[in-house]
Design a protein around this ligand. Structure first.
Ligand SMILES: [Zn+2]
Ligand SMILES: [Zn+2]
Length: 142
């Protein structure tokens, strides 16, 4: 799982590391792992889908951070058959389109919105109101 950390991911982890309210290292470690889970759910991955030589369904592996990583894994894996790469979309992004991702960079920073740019009206170049029915956001905020 090769990843290049993104700015908003580093910010989210830093916020936990600098949070003075944790009472123990255990508590902080748990919070960090949960945060990492959420962060990784916001990414897209690559899966290697394998078929045995006789055409029967093989073994599948995931997640890989990119196609190069999956390909290099496939080369080391000398079990025969064929493989193909499949893109895995981010369930966190899907959920954030409904629930919002508050304070997440790249998503609307309106305090009650947190939805992705494309849920906002494209009526003007400045991006208009959020189109999620329950959302009070009147303008996309960067
Ligand atoms: Zn919204
Ligand atoms: Zn918004």
């Amino acid at each position: 799982m090769r990843i290049t950390p993104r700015k908003e991911e580093i910010e989210a982890v830093k916020a936990l590391l600098e949070d003075p309210t944790f009472e123990s290292a255990d508590q902080m470690a748990k919070a960090l792992l949960k945060e990492m889970g959420e962060i990784l759910q916001m990414r897209e991955w690559v899966a290697l889908v394998h078929t045995w030589k006789d055409g029967s369904r093989g073994l599948n592996w995931a997640p890989f951070g990119n196609t190069a990583e999956a390909e290099s894994f496939a080369k080391k894996l000398a079990i025969g058959g064929t493989g193909r790469l499949v893109k895995l979309y981010a369930p966190g992004v899907m959920l954030a389109n409904v629930d919002g991702k508050k304070g997440w960079k790249g998503w609307c920073l309106h305090p009650e919105c947190g939805h992705s740019p494309f849920t906002h009206s494209l009526a003007s170049a400045a991006r208009g109101a959020c189109q999620i029915p329950t959302c009070p956001c009147d303008k996309f905020r960067k």
